[in-house]
Design a protein around this ligand. Structure first.
Ligand SMILES: Nc1nc2c(ncn2[C@@H]2O[C@H](COP(=O)(O)OP(=O)(O)OP(=O)(O)O)[C@@H](O)[C@H]2O)c(=O)[nH]1
Ligand SMILES: [Mg+2]
Length: 320
């Protein structure tokens, strides 16, 4: 990272940089997308219709989504017609520019954590997407930035959910507020917020259930929790982060639309980017939901969470 020791050698920090982490996580997507684009243009003299048809198939295969793919191809066809794009070797950079444009729409900075009263983050999403893991990673991140953090076990539907959060609370060394399995999630949230206010905690991260008896129950529970948070802490919930599993591709979009309706989602976390060859879904999600992607999960370990940046994502996808 630019630190040099007394002898002028670069100090050997084994920690991968944020960029290296994303690059590693998109390796499968790179094979499935960027390398195929490269194979498509190599040795070709002109951009023709066949080439663009093949490009379309590659993009859809990388889960960029039909609508988003069409939008990108329209722009590329237009550039070809106007002869501003003729050389197949330039196709890569044209695609890169299009992806960057789409992804930057939502590239807004996360909300500032103010000094006054707890900053409340509600984590929502269907079961198994990585909510609890992401909470642990976020807790660790905020704590290492010098913030005091508290976790709130409002997924009371499964006994194991509370235990899993407890493991992450120990691992990230932050306190946890919990009740018995089956307790009213809103009551746990209420407790958590009282305790956080009394202890002047900076950030409260709330785990919620991914599944209840019915989808309707789940959504009305989230609405109720949002109301409680609003009543107990001014401006809360400051962030409602919807966690989406990148490996489920376009299904995530359907889930996201439902949560957005009921839970007032303010940001997205896309997990398991490291486990998919279809990382193009990031683009489809950014374009269709118009909600900022805050973080991406790039592995199962505590520091496998990076802040999302359109620039880094696109660069890593096209990096050698
Ligand atoms: N490879 C990889 N695995 C991840 C990532 N994030 C979470 N996981 C794994 O996904 C699985 C589910 O994660 P959880 O955090 O338990 O998911 P959850 O949303 O809390 O699930 P429920 O509590 O059942 O609703 C675990 O095995 C995690 O290790 C990631 O970024 N990359
Ligand atoms: Mg969980």
């Amino acid at each position: 990272m630019g630190f040099f020791n007394l002898f002028g050698n670069k100090t050997d920090t084994k920690e991968p940089t944020v960029f290296e982490k994303i690059k590693q996580a998109v390796r499968q997507t790179q094979e499935n997308f960027t390398e195929k684009v490269q194979d498509l243009v190599v040795g070709r003299k002109e951009i023709d219709r066949d080439m663009l048809d093949e490009l379309e198939a590659i993009m859809i295969g990388a889960d960029i989504g039909v609508t988003t793919t069409e939008e990108i191809l329209d722009s590329i066809r237009d550039q070809v017609t106007r002869k501003t794009l003729e050389d197949p070797a330039q196709l890569r950079s044209a695609i890169k520019a299009e992806l960057r444009k789409i992804l930057s729409i939502n590239d807004t900075a996360p909300k500032e954590i103010a000094d006054s009263g707890p900053f409340v983050i509600l984590m929502v999403g269907v079961n198994g997407v990585g909510k609890t893991t992401t909470i642990g990673k976020l807790a660790n991140r905020f704590r290492s930035e010098g913030k005091s953090v508290m976790l709130c076990a409002a997924d009371t539907f499964r006994a194991a959910a509370i235990e899993q959060l407890e493991v992450w609370s120990t691992r990230s060394n932050v306190p946890l507020i919990k009740q018995k399995p089956g307790a009213d999630p809103s009551a746990v949230l209420y407790d958590g917020l009282q305790s956080a206010k009394a202890k002047k905690i900076d950030v409260v991260i709330v785990d919620t259930a991914g599944r209840l008896h019915t989808k309707h129950n789940l959504m009305s529970e989230l609405e109720k929790m949002t109301r409680i948070a609003k009543r107990e802490v001014a401006g809360a919930p400051h962030e409602v982060l919807l966690v989406l599993d990148a490996t489920t591709g376009q299904n995530g979009l359907t889930q996201a639309k439902e949560f957005t309706r009921s839970a007032g989602v303010t940001g997205l976390v896309l997990t398991k980017l490291d486990g998919t060859a279809k990382g193009g879904v990031v683009t489809a999600i950014a374009r269709e939901l118009k909600i900022p992607i805050r973080f991406v999960g790039v592995g199962e370990k505590i520091d496998d969470l990076v802040e999302f940046s359109a620039e880094d994502f696109v660069e890593s996808l096209f990096a050698a």
